[in-house]
Design a protein around this ligand. Structure first.
Ligand code: DC
Length: 205
């Protein structure tokens, strides 16, 4: 059995928590596709060519706390605007989506480009202020020396680049369920996502 859940949206909207939660609930595997771009960005920061880096990713590239840093996030957003980098990562993502037992992929272009035929699509978003506050708390908890203002500016810059690029910009697929988590606890947002996915999954896809 294959069953693909596509979850897209801007940075820090709650996609990661929701994707992991949905995967856990239904026993699907989860791929955070942002990690592929972050790993490519980190290699570029170390001096690699972006397209070569994307084509050479290995499992160990997806490890390391520094993948979560603001510097790597910005580098990821920049390499993600290069069409040849995106092309180098497409097949891995599509193969993952088709794996037996079900898959959840989260990113920016999963429902529009990577898996346009996904069984369920969600577009998870939240207001700029809510997203910045959540990311700020996360980074502070991890010991990062950041201000709310710097996090807000960083997210705004990344969102503008990710949504404004020509190839596979951040976009809600027409058939994606819109989940605005601004006024919701993450627990309530996850419960809603599970309900939306469950309604399709229990009806046999
Ligand atoms: O989801 P994230 O914040 O870890 O993603 C990091 C960057 O990678 C993001 O700014 C844009 C890019 N990205 C993308 O272009 N397409 C995806 N499917 C996932 C991430």
């Amino acid at each position: 059995m294959t069953f693909t859940v596509a979850i897209d949206g801007p940075a820090a909207a709650g996609k990661g928590t929701i994707s992991r939660g949905v995967a856990g609930k239904f026993g699907f595997e989860h791929l955070d596709t942002g990690l592929l771009y972050r790993a490519t960005g980190r290699r570029v920061l170390r001096g690699d060519d972006p397209v070569t880096a994307a084509g050479a990713l290995q499992a160990e590239d997806l490890l390391g706390d520094d993948l979560r840093s603001g510097e790597v996030a910005q580098a990821a957003s920049r390499v993600a605007a290069i069409p040849a980098v995106r092309a180098a990562l497409v097949e891995f993502q599509r193969a993952f989506a088709r794996r037996a037992g079900g898959a959840v992929l989260d990113g920016r272009d999963i429902g529009t480009v990577i898996c346009p035929d996904a069984d369920v699509k969600l577009y998870v978003t939240a207001s700029d202020d809510v997203r910045a506050e959540r990311r700020f708390q996360e980074l502070r908890a991890a010991g990062a020396d950041v201000t709310l203002q710097s996090v807000l500016a960083d997210l705004a810059e990344r969102d503008a680049r990710d949504a404004g690029r020509d190839t596979a910009p951040t976009k809600r697929a027409e058939d994606a369920f819109l989940l605005d988590t601004s006024g919701m606890t993450i627990k309530a947002a996850l419960a809603k996502a599970v309900q939306v996915v469950g309604a399709v999954y229990s009806s046999g896809g």
